[in-house]
Design a protein around this ligand. Sequence first.
Ligand SMILES: Cc1cc2nc3c(=O)[nH]c(=O)nc-3n(C[C@H](O)[C@H](O)[C@H](O)COP(=O)(O)OP(=O)(O)OC[C@H]3O[C@@H](n4cnc5c(N)ncnc54)[C@H](O)[C@@H]3O)c2cc1C
Length: 354
Amino acid sequence: MHLRENEPLAPFTTLGVGGPARWFVEAVSEEEIVEAAEWARGRGVNLFVLGGGSNLVIADAGFDGLVLQIALRGVFTAGQDADGRQTYQVAAGEDWDKFVARSVVHHCAGIECLAGIPGTVGGTPVQNVGAYGQEVASVIACVRAYDREAGAFVEMSAEECGFSYRTSRFNTTDRERFIVTRVDYRLRPGGAPTLRYADVERAIEAEHLDRAPTLAEVGGVVRRIRRSKGMLLVAGDPDCCSAGSFFKNPILTEERFEEIASSGNSVPPRFPAGKGAASEGKVKIPAAWLIEQAGFKKGYALGAAGISSRHTLALVNRGGAKTAEVLALAEKIRAAVEERFGIRLEMEPVLVGF
Ligand SMILES: Cc1cc2nc3c(=O)[nH]c(=O)nc-3n(C[C@H](O)[C@H](O)[C@H](O)COP(=O)(O)OP(=O)(O)OC[C@H]3O[C@@H](n4cnc5c(N)ncnc54)[C@H](O)[C@@H]3O)c2cc1C
């Protein structure tokens, strides 16, 4: 295990803010993960697991502990189940978007709408990554992880992961307990692409195909939509210096939705709230709509932090921002939305070192 000291963390994140890690180690094997976890435990040092850094806000003071970067590699094509679905066993340090591209080339359906999402495979079960009508919860067969409490590796089914909208046991009840080393996804060979979002359907219609779209075409359309919103990592694009969506889309009861819809001049778009007990009978509305109604526009700036010029939900580092500036902007937005609608927006990125 090669320990580094006082390693700057901002370059490991897409938002690019925050201070250093007191200790830093990159693990390329399960053995190194155990070694790092034991090292931290033996010294009573806090441990933080880093994937691709695309969903993080690091404190300006950094992290006073050990940051363990997961760099395990490998994609193994396992067999098909009785239902004909193909299982891929993917190491946690693999790039998610590259795996999506590979599944599309293999004509395996199930994650084509999740194209263009940055980060690692190991990060996907943590917040049940989702976009454009798909969530990893619906294709995950098994998550292999090191259980820091038990000091042993465990394998969990999707049911055992407790997936719901942007949540799982990994970011709620068992936060920081598990270090994911491998995720098994079950995809459908020859399956049809998912067309559940109006944006995606419209863009496909505009292609004037005289046949059903392929997985590659749907994945390509999703990437183009993401790019137009600054939600695809493109070198040199200032709008993608972000942690993606900064706030979760609120899930409301029908009554609450009706109150909001009748309280002003415009009605918020509504989407199904997704699977899981907490979502039953409820609707999801865009946090971006609430933020705009509360008076914030795309391109709004507060010091070196700002709102993306293409997407109200992404807070960006406009160059040299401090974490404190980003959080001051986030708080200003939350306070305005709360005052106008009585809804306290929940932040999506993980705060590290606070
Ligand atoms: C431009 C942009 C667009 C985005 N679009 C979307 C989107 O459409 N949908 C969506 O859901 N998300 C989106 N995101 C957020 C982000 O890409 C995902 O949450 C991603 O899965 C995070 O993975 P990561 O490897 O970067 O994790 P990190 O940011 O490094 O970590 C996030 C959390 O996961 C934990 N973690 C990471 N790896 C492991 C592991 N191996 N074991 C245990 N815990 C781990 C960390 O400890 C931390 O708590 C977007 C982000 C950006 C910057």
